[in-house]
Design a protein around this ligand. Structure first.
Ligand code: IPE
Ligand code: IPE
Ligand code: MG
Length: 243
């Protein structure tokens, strides 16, 4: 994006990305599906750094859904290995993340994930907790319904303990017990790979998000594509139910 373009717009504060199309990208090249996921991880790194340089405050990347466990064990194993490798590398490149001011945050259920992936994730979260430029939510073992259920269980506990009266429960209480507590809702949700659905991504937070779709497979997604999505977003008229 040119400085001139940047000066003329108000950037979205929070962008969600459904990183889809890795398998098809690999298949079209005669490669294993896992090669597509590895290429997708590289694209994630590029787009994440580019978004931070642009000045986006929050990025959420959907990497593995609560439904993705349905896939063959071999593919799930290969994906977990990619997470391990990525997290090791991110922990090793601490100074680079520090320079960029990236703060990493896992959104998703830790339960169910291999413990060594969770440990690496927690190391990255702790190591970047005081960074301020951009928050990067990694949605791993994430499902929007599961997240809402998690919030309801927290609130039910408070009701049971006599700390909360059911008639006083607000939408803010529900938001405050999601994995994204304290963050603004996504302004823009991007889905590449020619699919037009949310697939259980941020279903509570997406109530008034703008959607942007592209036929590009995630491994081929470039900073130019992110620019296109942002520039398109800037021309949308968000009414939030008003006129
Ligand atoms: C997204 O790419 C990555 C994960 C869901 C883990 P896919 O693996 O879904 O790729 P396609 O949709 O089959 O091409
Ligand atoms: C959504 O992609 C989940 C992620 C990108 C992590 P899927 O490939 O799992 O979605 P469906 O099955 O096509 O809806
Ligand atoms: Mg897919």
């Amino acid at each position: 994006m040119t400085e001139e373009q940047k000066n003329g717009i108000i950037l979205p504060r929070h962008i969600g990305v459904i990183m889809d199309g890795n398998g098809r990208w690999a298949k079209s090249r005669g490669l294993e599906r896992s090669e597509g996921n590895r290429a997708g991880a590289n694209t994630f790194r590029t787009i994440c750094n580019y978004a931070a340089d642009l000045g986006i405050e929050y990025m959420t990347f959907y990497a593995f859904s609560t439904e993705n466990w349905k896939r063959p064990a071999k593919e799930v194993r290969a994906i977990m290995k990619i997470f391990r490798d990525y997290l090791d590398e991110a922990n090793e490149r601490e100074s680079e993340n520090e320079q960029r001011g990236l703060r990493f945050h896992l959104i998703g259920e830790k339960k169910g994930l291999p413990s060594d992936v969770v440990e690496r994730m927690e190391t990255l979260e702790k190591g970047t907790a005081d960074k301020k430029v951009m928050t990067v939510n990694l949605a791993i073992n994430y499902g929007g319904r599961d997240e809402i259920l998690h919030s309801f269980k927290e609130l039910a506990k408070q009701v049971k303990d006599g700390k909360l009266n059911p008639k006083d429960i607000t939408q803010e209480d529900i938001s405050a017990n999601l994995f994204t507590a304290g963050q603004p809702d996504p302004d823009l949700i991007i889905r590449p790979s020619g699919e037009y659905r949310l697939s259980n991504f941020m279903i509570w937070q997406a109530a008034y998000s703008e959607f942007w779709y592209s036929d590009v497979m995630w491994p081929d997604f470039t900073p130019d594509d992110l620019d296109k999505a942002i520039l398109d977003f800037c021309h949308r008229n968000r009414r939030f139910g008003g006129i």
